[in-house]
Ligand binder design. Sequence first.
Ligand code: UGA
Length: 442
Amino acid sequence: MRITIFGTGYVGLVTGACLAEVGNDVLCLDVDAGKLARLEAGDIPIFEPGLAPLVRENRQAGRLAFSGDAARGVAHAEVIFIAVGTPPDEDGSADLSHVLAVARSIGAHLTRPVVVVNKSTVPVGTADRVRKAIAAELATRGVVVAFEVVSNPEFLKEGDAVNDCLRPDRIVIGSDSEHAVAQLRRLYAPFNRNHERIVVMDVRSAELTKYAANAMLATKISFMNEMANIAERVGADIEQVRRGIGSDPRIGYHFIYAGAGYGGSCFPKDVNALDRTAREHGYRPRLLEAVEAVNAAQKGRVHELMRGHFGSLRGRRFALWGLAFKPNTDDMREAASRTLLERLWADGALVRAWDPEALAETRRIYGERDDLVLCTDPWSALEGTDALVVMTEWKAFRSPDFARIRSALSEPVIFDGRNMYEPQVVEEAGLAYYGIGRGRSV
Ligand code: UGA
């Protein structure tokens, strides 16, 4: 099929590459000329495993192209995806200006029937607004063209996005048009082979499904962080509690890891936006408020533990392993490491940091400063420091040489913001250990 995707950000680029991979003719559009130039040159602006070869191969095969020309994009497509950003507004609600600008541009150029698919995470009711915006442009031009607007939210995880796109758990299609559903069933057939993954529903339910999924996952994390804080005070170990409850299939083992709080571009933004939507409709979402409040407090937890251990942090030097909001990405949006860095700096401490992917992003965000040294490997980060802090659960941090860590630190102590290590193993190596919810109250 001929597909156009507005927005070559994270979602648009991954979706475009995966749809091209199964044989579609995909044109990816963006208003950012610099980004298009990079993509044309084969340079992928985000770090995502498997994405660069997928883009390269499909471009070479002639199934994937980039353009800044909206008229060409609209003329190209049987199905148009809207995958532009919905950054939070000042009040926390999703800013729809990019989505609606794309809708207007579709209306301004449309000449033959098309299915418009909303992939961006948008508040309930946005498909209606997109429909109205397209219709208004068509009316201004005095033309009549049939079009449908479908909600088809994405459930990609950063770091695993290509896999999630090629092998989705579910494909949610929100539409009351049989024709549009049939078109999308055809488009998604290659990803829907072994068992039925397509769930068809009305547009508003599909829009809410996306927020409900992310809010549920964020709730699981905040719940476990709450349990961890209780565990700490009563002398229990949240890691054992986790194994104890995960064995119940109604609870499950996934996504119940206590830690330094959730970050990223999705959970904080989406929980907040859903909170706003609920309020706008006259409902105060008490559970969502609590999920957000627990997470905000949790992001300060490692700093509290450090203060508890050292007292004043002024003049202290710390090694920090892990800057990205989670492993396998260079994304630092809402990362717990940032809360920690900023609090340590405010206390007058110096940080020597290492991350396998996010050093350039850290430099971009914070620039050059005297109290931040970005290191070229995990061991140089330890040089001349008092203690080690781990903030991202990169695989490479799982089994370090604890004896070497101990000898590098002036004060042998590890603050483990992701519960990567067994306290006993660390303590046997001669280091003090602080985790999240591991039976130690400070
Ligand atoms: C999330 C969802 O997992 C995706 O399904 C969704 O499509 C995406 O948002 C989106 O809306 O676009 P992502 O933001 O990439 O994906 O990150 P996650 O892997 O969900 O991790 C989020 C944060 O939660 C990370 O900071 C991670 O360290 C933390 N986390 C995760 C925990 O603290 N504990 C856990 O048990 C799991």
